[in-house]
Design a protein around this ligand. Structure first.
Ligand SMILES: Cc1ncc(COP(=O)(O)O)c(C=O)c1O
Length: 488
């Protein structure tokens, strides 16, 4: 059995970080030992100190446990997450925002904070050679997962940087003759904002609509391509609703029309099968912290044949083939490489695990009255389940669910109370968009957690609906659309 299967399928959820602590301590003791074979080694004082600190945090956390809504008969089962390290915490179902770092990834990284500290670009001595070697190994792992050549992988700080680099880089390089870009209305903010910036620079952008399933229409795309189109940028898996765009068809159409195809694969890389050659992808954005790797790390795939040229947005020492200057961070690169290697070797186990839990969650949530799944049922990454609960305000539901870490959409926009522009693009009205919640399931989610969340949601949706005058009217058979609301 794979190691991660052992970690997440045999150990209960709250044992996971305990395991992480003992694993990581082995790396402090010896960088050459296998973390797996030494999982029983005792924690170092560093860890003990952290644990003592966390004990205090735990005491504090229990005094600020969120309470059920007033008047409710709901019983808050206290969900204890990582009690030894971080105190009582909610169940984590926000995997699209970020994923927990895999303990094996951390173990790979730690040696670069202790012994292997050379600058990978120092070519005159062994310190540089050893970190450079680790970086090239990581590059190979990252490339292998998408059937790319390692030379086509440019390390960056994350998918936001990649998207900026791809859009601005291609536009500015080819911009003298080609001033048109096509993207979709449901892209991540960093794609849309890069497009806005390019519009200010004189580029024209077509924002394709999506259908009610969240998918672009291929005829719309074909019609939108012009002689001066330099780039089509369509995301692979949507971060709010999990739908998978028709990548192969888009790639073929772009290749036929000699237009570059960029895809934001922050939520897709390692989670759905991607072969850049089969799908005719020319540029692809990847993020490490969505695949159980470290934050602040990512990679842009840039095709070499036929060659894609980009104008760098960061200039300097000429690292990363001159496309992205700056000293690479070996701990982050090596962790990212290890995360990619694990995504490849554990793909089948992860996929089966996520599919099973997601189906259970989805079937149970959709069996609650007046609910709907947002986005295509067929064309989707199963680990992202977005459900609307009519007659319940999403923010109120989130407030009533303090024991579960969830989001009503993208982490970047969750601070605002604006309803999701992605759900609007699918045709949802404000009320429905406001009543939607995204559930993210990953490698370390357990069935016990999913069962807890199903119970919690069912109880609290019912509770909030009992308080809702609208729901009262619905129960009385009043058609809400027939009501003329008086203004203030
Ligand atoms: C689809 C998509 N693109 C880009 C990003 C940005 O990724 P990063 O955090 O690596 O900058 C995210 C992160 O939420 C995302 O979901």
């Amino acid at each position: 059995m794979f190691r991660s299967q052992l970690i997440h399928r045999v150990l209960p959820a709250n044992k996971h970080l305990l395991n992480l602590r003992s694993v990581s301590s082995t790396a402090f003791l010896s960088t050459s030992q296998s973390p797996i074979s030494n999982a029983s080694v005792k924690s170092t004082p560093i860890h003990s100190a952290a644990a003592a600190g966390a004990g205090a945090a735990s005491a504090n956390a229990s005094s600020t446990i969120p309470q059920p809504p007033k008047g409710s008969s709901i019983e808050f089962k206290l969900s204890k997450r990582d009690p030894n390290q971080f105190g009582s915490r909610p169940i984590y179902l926000d995997m699209q925002a970020t994923t927990p770092t895999d303990p094996r990834v951390l173990d790979k990284m730690l040696q670069f904070y202790t012994g292997l500290y050379g600058n990978p670009h120092s070519s005159t001595h062994a310190y540089g050679w050893e970190t450079d070697k680790a970086i090239e190994e990581a590059r190979t792992h990252v490339a292998n997962l998408i059937h790319a050549d390692p030379k086509e992988i440019i390390f960056t700080s994350g998918a936001t940087e990649c998207n900026n680099m791809a859009l601005k880089g291609v536009a500015r390089f080819y911009g003298k003759t080609k001033k048109h870009i096509i993207t979709s209305q449901t892209e991540h903010k960093c794609v849309l904002d890069s497009c806005r910036r390019l519009q200010e620079e004189g580029f024209e952008i077509t924002y394709l609509p999506v259908d009610k399933e969240g998918l672009i229409n291929m005829e719309d795309l074909e019609k939108a391509i012009r002689k001066d189109t330099c780039l089509v940028s369509i995301m692979a898996v949507n971060n709010e609703i999990g739908v998978i765009q028709p990548l192969e068809e888009i790639g073929k159409l772009c290749r036929k029309n000699k237009v570059f195809f960029h895809t934001d694969a922050a939520q897709a890389y390692g989670k759905i099968p991607i072969d850049v050659n089969k799908l005719h992808i020319d540029l692809m954005s990847i993020s490490s912290h969505k695949i159980y790797g470290p934050m602040g790390m990512g990679a842009l795939y840039v095709r070499r044949r036929p060659r894609v040229r980009i104008e760098p947005i960061i200039n300097g020492g000429g690292q990363e083939r001159g496309l992205r200057s700056g000293t690479l961070a070996p701990p982050l690169v090596a962790g990212f490489g290890e995360a990619a290697r694990l995504m490849a070797s554990e793909y089948d186990a992860d996929h089966a695990h996520i599919l099973k839990l997601a189906n259970k969650l989805m079937d149970n949530l959709l069996s609650i009255e007046h609910t709907q799944l947002n986005g295509s049922r067929e064309q989707r990454f199963p680990g992202c389940v977005n459900v609307s609960f009519a007659y319940v305000e999403g923010e109120s539901l989130l407030m009533a669910l303090k024991d579960v870490a969830l989001s009503s959409g993208s982490a970047c926009t969750s601070a605002s109370l604006e309803p999701s522009y992605v759900l609007h693009a699918l045709g949802a009205d404000d009320a429905l968009a406001h009543s939607s919640i995204r559930f993210g399931i990953g490698r370390f989610t357990t069935e016990e957690e999913v069962d807890y969340v199903i119970d919690a949601i069912t109880q609290r949706v019912n509770f909030l609906r009992e308080l809702s005058p609208l729901y009262e009217m619905v129960k009385e058979g009043i058609d809400l659309n027939s009501i003329e609301w008086a203004g203030h």
